[in-house]
Each structure stands twice: as C-alpha cells, then as structure tokens.
Ligand binder design. Structure first.
Ligand code: LMR
Length: 392
C-alpha cells in the first residue's frame, strides 16, 4: 500500500502559475516562473519555430524510435554552436534529454555512479538544483556567495571554498544569466574558477539554460568554453526552453567532456544506459525543430534575430527598473548590470505575500523576479507598490 507516504507540498515556484491564473484582478503582474513575455504579456511561439514545425509536418516520414541518444543531428549541431572549437569533437560526447532538468538529473546520476559524493554550489541557486542532486544521491554543498541587498557576487569566497574541496568533488556553475541572481562571474572570474577546478582536480558541471539572453549567443558560452577546454573531465547540461521558446516541449541535451575519445565513449555509454533506465528515449518534436532551424541558414538567421529581440527587451526592462533608483532597502540601480531573466530583491516572505495580496504582484518566495514579466507600464506600478511597502 501507499500508507507510508506523506502528502507533499506543491512546488512553491510552479504553484505560482495556478495562483496567478486564478487571480481575477485585471491589473495582476506575474514575475514568477521564468518564461519570456512580450510587451503584451504573451509568450509567443517563435516564427523560426513555426516555420520549422511546418517543414517537419510536410517532410517528416517516420516517427519510429531514434534510440536513447535522441536526435543526434540536434545534439551535434547544437554542440558546434555552443562549444565551437573550444572542445574538439573527439573530446565531447552528447545525447538529447527531456529538458535541462533531464540533463541535470542524468549528470547527477552519472556522478553518483562514478563515485562522486558532493557538488559545490554558490548559493542561492535555482530552487530545483538541490532536489535534483539529492534525488540522485549527490549532496549539494552550498556556499553563500551572493549578497542580495548589495546585488554582489563574492567570487573570492566561492574560490576559497573550492580550494578546500576534496579532489574528485563536483562543482556546479551557471553558464550565464545566473538563476536567481542575474550576476555572472565575467571572463576573469571564469578563468579564476577554471584555475582552481583544474588545480584541485574538481569535476565541473555547467548548467547552461539561458544562452543568448545575456550578452549575446556566442558571448554567453564563453565561460563554459574556457572551463570545459581546460578541465580534463566535465559535463554540460543544456536547455533550449528559453532561447528557442520551447518550454513545454522539454528540449535539452547533456554532453560529457573527457581527455580522450576512449574515456569519453565509456562515460557516454553510461549516460545512454542511465537514460534507458529513466525515460528510455527522449521526446522528439522540440529537438527536431531545433535541428531543422540549425540546419537551415535562413531559419537560423530568423531565430537569431528573434533571440536578439528577447535579449534587447530584457536589457531595456533592466535599464527601466534601474532608473527607478533606490526604494527603501531595494536598490534597483544594480539591476541594469545584471543579465538574463532574473534578479533577486531583498524582500521578506511577509513583504512578498503583501505584494501579492494587496497589489496582485506575484514573485517567487525567495524574492526572485522574472524581469520579462514586466512591461514598461507595470514597472511604474511595481515601484509604487515598493514605495507603499516601504511606508507600511
Ligand atoms: C524558473 O526557474 O523559473 C524556470 O527554470 C522554470 C522552472 O522549471 O523552474
């Protein structure tokens, strides 16, 4: 029977989707889950995606199985774009996964199977990182590195913690557009991380879920390239949710990097057998769409233009928020320096509940805001609510 099971609370972040939908106030603002929204509040299907879907509908001849590696054309073309020449083809071995979360879970299972016990993580991190690692038997070691009030990353503190890690431990890095802080280490920071990772014999796992939403598509994988080029072994978990707008299609990939083809093939064979025991084979459609886009120069051009618009909209909203200055304890000026979808504000749970109850403004319980949830006009309303909060 299931008598021994206890009722589990709904995921606090995903719960916001339903709560927001049920709220009947017309001026409600959703700053919860990380999805892109345009100035009308919609999350449109990208034009390049629609065109690729039309092509698939016309030309796809079979829906027969592809195998646990999924669409290998998707995996290889994406790797060329993401890693370029930084990691030679014989050093990287990949497979398609159900979303970035599937990639992270599979990476964690490979680490566990290889005898890795711990993963070092700068905190705060994406709320689902700890559950994913714990479910695979890997202990997350959080190092408090971000000062939320000052919107600052204390990288030296993280490097110091890594210096004390046991050789063979894993370390998690956000490839770009840190979730939930929006603060990245920068090229010099990546070099410093790489130096300690290599010197201490640590195993890096890069979570790259927002490529193209920060500084530019190529710029956003610079840190990943620096690190994976230098570290003998590594893992890269990738999500196409945000940069192709494919969220519910669950399109992701995982690559293992190894010093030579033989060791890479062994790790890869383990990933394939772990995938087989988990989901057997990943769902096809979204990955096929990405492959069709990447195989076609014109579709790639359209997609990159759309991605540039997403990035520019986020940067514009960041500038507009920053121009509101400091409101009580919340210093919005630093938000212009941040990258990607998120920032985290120094707000208490009571204040977050108050914003929801009194002003129909929904944000994550951690104080994280999805910048794309704003429009230029709702920024003013949000700042009025912060001022009212300050007076309350
Ligand atoms: C987020 O952090 O909001 C997104 O990555 C969605 C998710 O799965 O949590």
């Amino acid at each position: 029977s299931f008598d021994t099971l206890a009722l589990q609370p709904a995921d606090p972040l995903l719960k916001i989707i339903g709560a927001f939908r049920r709220d009947t106030r017309t001026d409600k603002i959703d700053l919860g889950v990380g999805v892109f929204r345009d100035e009308d509040g919609n999350t449109p299907v990208m034009r390049a995606v629609k065109l690729a879907e039309e092509k698939l509908l016309r030309e796809q001849q079979s829906k027969s199985y592809l195998g646990p590696e999924g669409d290998i054309g998707f995996v290889e073309r994406l790797a060329d774009k993401v890693l370029g020449n930084a990691v030679p083809v014989e050093r990287r071995h990949g497979l398609q996964t159900p979303g970035g979360t599937g990639a992270l879970r599979l990476a964690a299972e490979l680490l566990a199977k290889a005898g890795v016990r711990r993963i070092w993580v700068a905190a705060p991190s994406w709320a689902n990182h700890a559950p994913v690692f714990l479910a695979a038997g890997i202990e997350p070691r959080f190092v408090e590195c971000f000062n939320i009030a000052a919107q600052h990353l204390d990288l030296a503190h993280f490097l110091e913690a890594l210096d004390g890690a046991t050789p063979g431990d894993a370390v998690l890095l956000h490839g770009c557009c840190h979730n939930p802080m929006g603060i990245d280490p920068g090229p010099l920071g990546w070099q410093a991380i790489t130096e300690v990772v290599v010197r201490r014999g640590l195993l890096p796992l890069v979570d790259l879920a927002y490529q193209g939403l920060g500084e530019g598509f190529c710029e956003d994988s610079l840190g990943t390239r620096i690190l994976l080029a230098a570290a003998p072994f590594g893992l890269l978990a990738y999500s196409c949710d945000k940069n192709f707008g494919l969220y519910r299609e669950r399109v992701g990939a995982l690559w293992v990097t190894a010093p030579d083809a033989e060791q890479g093939a062994i790790a890869h064979s383990n990933l394939l057998s772990l995938a087989r025991a988990n989901w057997s084979m990943p769902p096809d459609h979204g990955a096929a769409v990405v492959r069709v886009i990447l195989e076609d120069a014109e579709l790639t051009r359209i997609w990159r233009e759309e991605l540039d618009m997403v990035r520019e909209r986020l940067a514009g909203l960041r500038r507009a928020l920053a121009s509101e200055g400091r409101i009580g304890k919340v210093d919005l000026t630093q938000i212009a320096r941040g990258k990607g979808m998120f920032a985290t504000l120094p707000l208490s749970r009571t204040q977050i509940d108050w914003l929801r109850d009194e002003h129909a403004i929904y944000l994550a319980g951690s104080g994280r805001i999805n910048i794309a949830g704003f429009t230029l006009s709702t920024i003013a309303r949000f700042c009025d609510a912060l001022r009212a909060l300050d007076r309350a």
